[in-house]
Design a protein around this ligand. Structure first.
Ligand code: GAP
Length: 431
């Protein structure tokens, strides 16, 4: 794909997301707040479908997983022990001419990308990406806290609670979904790099001797996840991170990259975090993090495999895979070829004519019946049938049901398929 085509596709997705009620710029009405996004009714539904599928696959359907939902605000000692206060930073450079600021590792520092003047960039300095705040009415060093930059630490701080309450067999995992905040120097590319976003993370605790097998198991499960959200295998790639580029806590990381319209970028990460976090907690909090292997007196601090998923990146990968243009009856058509289990609306129900009370009453009956059965069903009687189909295609509704005069005679309806646009006549009882 050429650069222009890529940008056009990205712009088309952003425009559709806004036009159809998926995603809006945060605080748009006041001129926006960079790096923040608001999810509209269809965006929330799509996001929930992705998050619920993840929870089902990795928590409810498994015997070895425990879910938690920890507080976003945590004791500042958490972030000192985890290394985030000292090392969670990006290199910041400022242009001496126009004062624009950039991440030094994302630009050619010889020339300012904003004003185009050469040789104006100052020295890079480390900028900590955590949002700092104060808890309680007194603003001093003791009341400092941070909006969590990863959900992972809320899992590590609950490891002992889970072991004490449930004494699970090793290996076992703790999972969490929730907001994370990073004061990114250059938020960019729609929801790809935001300042407020959502993560779905697992810390999988293993005997240190078994970490490689667990790492491989999670590699396979990540591929299963990508398939479950409908990403084509050929668009997902593993990227082994070289030793000198690993995060401060990792001994091995494989990033899963996806061919987004903006290029090949990180979708999610899989890291071997060793006992880095539990040992830090043990040292800094003075609490024992030993796990006693069942049936023995053997104690160990488990090691950790961490699959870390970004919700917005999963959603952006799903949207860019689904976005399709074709031609129907000589006219350009845009539709979202979403997997049915992710589609925000599964059925749209319409009366053929909205000024015929008998058709509307029958359509309402069918709508209520489907709504009870499937939940995600939309009533749509705006404009003519052609316009309704186009609108439903754009939001990825797999089935449009139309109630017409034949329905009143024989209790059948037409059902139109989003991808083929084919219409079939079926009995209401078969819907
Ligand atoms: N606990 C490990 C951790 O947080 P990370 O690679 O920094 O690792 C994990 O983040 C995932 O979170 C990324 O692969 C990405 O999907 C998502 N993510 C990270 N920063 C993000 C941002 N600024 N905007 C949107 N998603 C982000």
């Amino acid at each position: 794909m050429s650069e222009n085509t890529k940008n056009e596709k990205m712009e088309a997705i952003v425009s559709l997301a806004k036009r159809r009620g998926f995603i809006y710029q945060g605080s748009d009405i006041y001129g926006g707040l960079s790096g923040t996004w608001d999810f509209g009714p269809l965006g929330v539904a799509l996001k929930r479908n992705i998050m619920n599928l993840w929870w089902k696959m990795f928590v409810s359907d498994r015997e070895d997983m425990y879910g938690v939902d920890a507080a976003i605000l945590m004791n500042q000692k958490v972030w000192k022990a985890s290394g985030h206060v000292d090392t969670f930073s990006d290199p910041l450079v400022e242009c001496g001419n126009c004062k624009a600021r950039f991440r030094a590792d994302q630009i050619d520092v010889s020339k300012c990308p904003t004003c185009g003047v050469e040789g104006t960039m100052g020295e890079a300095r480390q900028f900590n990406m955590m949002f700092k705040t104060n808890v309680g009415p007194i603003e001093d060093e003791n009341s400092v806290s941070y909006l969590r930059p990863e959900t992972a630490q809320g899992i590590f701080t609950n490891y002992k609670n889970i072991v004490d309450c449930f004494y699970p067999d090793l290996p076992f995992g703790i999972a969490q979904q929730g907001k994370a905040f990073r004061n990114e120097i250059s938020p960019r590319d729609f929801i790809f790099r935001s300042r407020e976003f959502e993560q779905m993370e697992i810390e999988y605790f293993v005997n240190p001797n078994d970490w490689e097998a667990a790492f491989d198991m999670w590699r396979k499960l990540v591929w299963d996840w990508c398939a479950a959200i409908g990403l084509p295998t050929e668009s997902v790639h593993e990227d082994e991170i070289p030793a000198d580029k690993l995060a401060h806590y990792s001994k091995r990381t494989v990033d899963f990259m996806f061919d987004f319209p903006i290029g090949r970028e990180e979708l999610l990460g899989l890291a071997y975090r060793t006992d880095f976090d539990l040992s830090n907690i043990q040292r800094e909090a003075g609490k024992n993090m030993d796990y006693v292997i069942k049936g023995t007196n053997e104690k160990l601090v488990p090691h950790v495999i961490e699959p870390s998923f970004g919700v917005e990146r999963a959603l952006m990968a799903v949207l860019s895979t689904a976005y399709t243009e074709d031609e129907v009856n000589g006219e350009k058509r845009i539709y979202l070829k979403l997997p049915e289990h992710l589609a925000p609306v599964k059925f749209a129900v319409s009366p053929l004519l909205k000024n015929k009370p008998e058709l509307v009453a029958k359509a309402r009956e069918v709508y209520s019946m489907l709504k009870k059965k499937h939940g995600a069903v939309m009533w749509d009687d705006n404009g003519n049938i052609g316009k309704r189909y186009r609108r439903q295609d754009e939001i990825g509704t797999p089935h449009c049901v139309v109630i017409d005069f034949d329905t009143l005679e024989n209790d059948t309806v037409t059902i139109r398929d989003r991808d083929t646009t084919e219409q079939r006549r079926v009995a209401i009882s078969e819907l």
